[in-house]
Design a binder for this molecule. Structure first.
Ligand SMILES: Nc1ncnc2c1ncn2[C@@H]1O[C@H](COP(=O)(O)OP(=O)(O)OP(=O)(O)O)[C@@H](O)[C@H]1O
Length: 731
């Protein structure tokens, strides 16, 4: 059949007769019933299968005794395959007679060959189709791309003061994500990183440091400059959430390109998630974003990755000061030693580690001279320049005895390939972003819950509350749940799945509260966080800066509130000194009459929580006793129930706990009903009357009609919290 010809219904009668069909007689003819016409066989014909233009299956019969080759469209169970049609095109077949066996073999070979060819063709077609879909902007969307670039002169090489700017495809994705102007840290660091210099960058929270180190990495991949045997980048982060976020941010900006060697494949390697899945992702990854613990575990198991990591073109340490906190990340140290060049120490520094494992990393894998190191944080010591100079003077062989600060320690452990890394310190004098408003609330430590509740009701929005222990979260979350707040915990004691779910829900809900430990203090980017509350005074200025930095990101406004109890005053003063706040922090205005109304609610909620805790503990203990008795095969008699021993062997009273449960449960029910009533009562701002709506100072009727009233407090204005910070500094 001619290539462009549509398959036609075979003219079976005419051609069929040209072949030497023979009737086959067999004993089953009668048994096969009325529909059965008979069976014929033919010899001297090669049978070949291939796919037609419209996907139909073609049976090609090549009579070895005839010069003609015939194509028969084959539609399964629809048309008979014995019909033949002459074609002129494929006529050249040697008229050699084959034995039956040879013929079957040859048929099979031919069929396999055709199958391979058609699979190849399908792949080619798919690749072509994909090429069209993912065409780089400069090929596929020339005008659109040019428009994007012309709208972003700030990203031009001239403006960045460099010879060659970012690849067009990358500019395109920046534009489509509305990143039209580089932030100061991006501008400064690109000048050096794009010409392959090492960079140490310090800039305020939320200033775009992720892209500051991400763009040169993406750029190098897109330019096709990454050797096949190397990773493009190894990025280390202190927390799992941050690693996942960084990977997400890079994916968002990674352009889709058709060149396989220029594609960006990012793998995250973090604890608490399936290691097998991460191993699979690593096969194709050219960027690995990881927390040190899990990464080290994976490296010990995956020699190929270890070799690629050693030759990584970029090593990035995000939140660097956190990563090197004393005893924080043992594995971090090992990973850093792995990426050091052997010349830095007499033997390959990581070799001992690998020898004890099965992967047997060959000694001849040297760390690359090309590795570019980038170190970023919002809080790196101001003595940075000095420390680096000291390090350079000390030379690479200098012992660690000269190490004085953790930063020195980091610099000693990092093997900067660049003799003079570029240091960019853009941290603001105040150490926090200018769009951040700060305030304090002085209160008794026993009243902190009350003030927090007041704050959450008075200023609805997205609030992140930092506490210094997991226990505090375990107490506060049920309390605020009882008070019907959308509250989510985040701490290292939670399962990773729960951590991610909570973080995600906090991110997506327009109004929510997250109560977290420092797990959430660094790097997490939730753009719409309105407030950060420091439930306790943070121990260090750095902790305060990072925690506060979860709000007021990317030029938005935000408020950080510090709750200070009398016992914490000295600590707070120290903190403010470190932060150069000579005038102290302004007080947040409190509407005390609302506070009074909240006292009843919070006291009741606390009672409910206590009772709930007691009853669930009693139930748990009862369950424990029953289980222990069952395990021992003994029955609990009434005497036994009078006095029991807990798992530590301490004697405890268990007299008639079932009666106690009933009593407690009754109390609990009553308390819950009462709280329900209290929560249903509206809160009133001072001087507000719910009976005479129009007589109030602020015309409550007007506010209600126009839907301008405060969501939780009648008669209160809807000011943002930042407007209620008493100006004038010191209280
Ligand atoms: N040039 C830019 N223009 C506008 N927005 C940007 C720009 N660069 C980054 N952003 C956005 O700013 C937000 C903060 O960025 P990022 O998380 O990188 O800050 P960061 O400096 O690393 O903060 P932290 O110190 O808290 O880790 C992100 O949502 C990011 O997408």
């Amino acid at each position: 059949m001619a290539p462009n010809q549509k398959p036609q219904k075979p003219q079976s009668k005419r051609k069929r007769s040209d072949l030497n069909w023979k009737k086959v007689d067999h004993k089953f003819d009668d048994a096969l019933g009325d529909g059965w016409m008979g069976l014929e066989e033919i010899e001297g014909v090669d049978v070949d299968f291939h796919e037609g233009h419209s996907g139909e299956r073609i049976v090609q019969l090549k009579p070895t005794s005839l010069e003609n080759v015939v194509d028969v469209p084959f539609v399964e169970d629809d048309e008979p395959a014995g019909a033949l049609e002459n074609t002129a095109d494929d006529a050249e077949q040697p008229a050699k007679k084959k034995s039956r066996k040879e013929q079957i073999k040859s048929d099979k070979r031919q069929a396999a060959k055709k199958k391979r060819a058609s699979a190849k063709q399908a792949k080619r077609e798919e690749a072509e189709a994909n090429q069209d879909k993912n065409k780089e902007p400069e090929e596929a969307e020339e005008p659109q791309y040019n428009a994007a670039v012309s709208k972003m002169p700030e990203w031009s090489p001239d403006n960045l003061n460099i010879a060659k700017g970012l690849p067009p495809a990358l500019l395109h994705t920046l534009h489509s994500n509305s990143i039209t102007t580089p932030t100061p840290i991006q501008k400064e660091s690109l000048k050096s990183s794009l010409i392959r210099k090492d960079v140490i960058g310090v800039a305020e929270t939320g200033s775009g440091k992720t892209l500051a180190y991400g763009l040169p990495i993406l750029s190098r991949i897109l330019e096709g400059e990454i050797p096949a045997e190397a990773l493009a980048a190894l990025i280390l982060c202190p927390t799992r959430e941050l690693a996942l976020q960084v990977a997400g941010e890079l994916r968002k900006f990674a352009p889709q390109v058709s060149h396989v060697s220029r594609r960006v494949n990012i793998a995250t390697v973090v604890g608490g998630m399936s290691i097998q899945k991460q191993q699979r992702q690593l096969v194709h990854a050219n960027i690995v974003v990881a927390t040190p613990g899990r990464l080290w575990e994976v490296l010990m198991d995956n020699g190929t990755l270890a070799k690629r990591a050693i030759r990584s073109q970029f090593l990035v340490i995000d939140e660097a000061d956190r990563m090197i906190e004393a005893g924080h990340f043992e594995e971090m140290d090992k990973i850093l030693r792995m990426t050091q060049r052997t010349s830095k120490s007499s033997t390959a520094p990581f070799q001992d580690e690998f020898e004890s494992t099965e992967i047997g990393l060959p000694e001849e894998v040297p760390a690359t001279d090309d590795m570019q190191t980038m170190v970023f944080s919002a809080t790196l010591s101001k003595d940075l320049q000095q420390n680096l100079k000291r390090k350079r003077k000390a030379g690479s062989g200098k012992k660690q005895s000269t190490v004085k600060t953790s930063l020195d320690d980091l610099l000693m452990r990092l093997d900067f390939r660049d003799h003079e890394p570029t240091i960019i310190d853009l941290s603001p004098v105040n150490r926090v972003v200018s769009t951040l408003e700060e305030a304090r609330i002085d209160c008794l430590s026993t009243d902190k819950d009350l003030y927090l509740y007041y704050f959450l009701l008075r200023y609805p929005g997205k609030t992140l509350v930092f506490v210094s222990s997991i226990d505090a979260i375990r107490r506060l979350v049920p309390l605020f749940e009882t008070l019907k707040q959308h509250v989510f915990p985040l701490h290292s004691g939670l399962q990773q799945r729960q951590r991610l779910r909570n973080f995600d829900r906090f991110k997506t809900l327009p109004q929510a509260v997250m109560i977290a430990t420092d797990v959430a203090a660094r790097g997490l980017d939730v753009p719409a966080v309105d407030h950060v509350v420091h439930y306790q005074v943070p121990r260090t200025a750095d902790a305060y800066i990072h925690r506060s930095g979860r709000t007021a990101r990317a030029q938005r406004s935000g408020l950080a509130v510090l709750l200070v109890s009398p016992e914490e005053r000295r600590m707070a003063n120290d903190l403010l000194r470190q932060l150069n706040r000579d005038t102290g922090l302004a007080q947040l205005q409190i509407h005390f009459n609302i506070l009074d109304q909240l006292k009843g609610r919070i006291n009741l909620a606390k009672k409910i929580d206590e009772t709930t805790h007691k009853t669930s503990k009693a139930k748990y203990d009862a369950g424990w006793e029953k289980e222990a008795a069952e395990a021992l095969g003994v029955e609990l008699d009434s005497d036994h129930e009078e006095t029991q021993y807990n798992s530590r062997g301490q004697k405890k009273k268990k007299a008639a706990h079932s009666h106690l449960d009933e009593r407690e449960e009754g109390t609990l029910y009553k308390q819950k009903e009462e709280l329900k009533r209290k929560l249903a009562q509206p809160l009133m701002s001072r001087g507000i009357s719910s009976k005479y709506l129009t007589t109030n100072e602020s015309s409550l009727a007007h506010e209600l009609v126009h839907d301008e009233h405060h969501k939780n407090i009648l008669g209160a204005n809807t000011n943002k919290a930042t407007n209620d910070v008493r100006k004038g500094g010191k209280k």
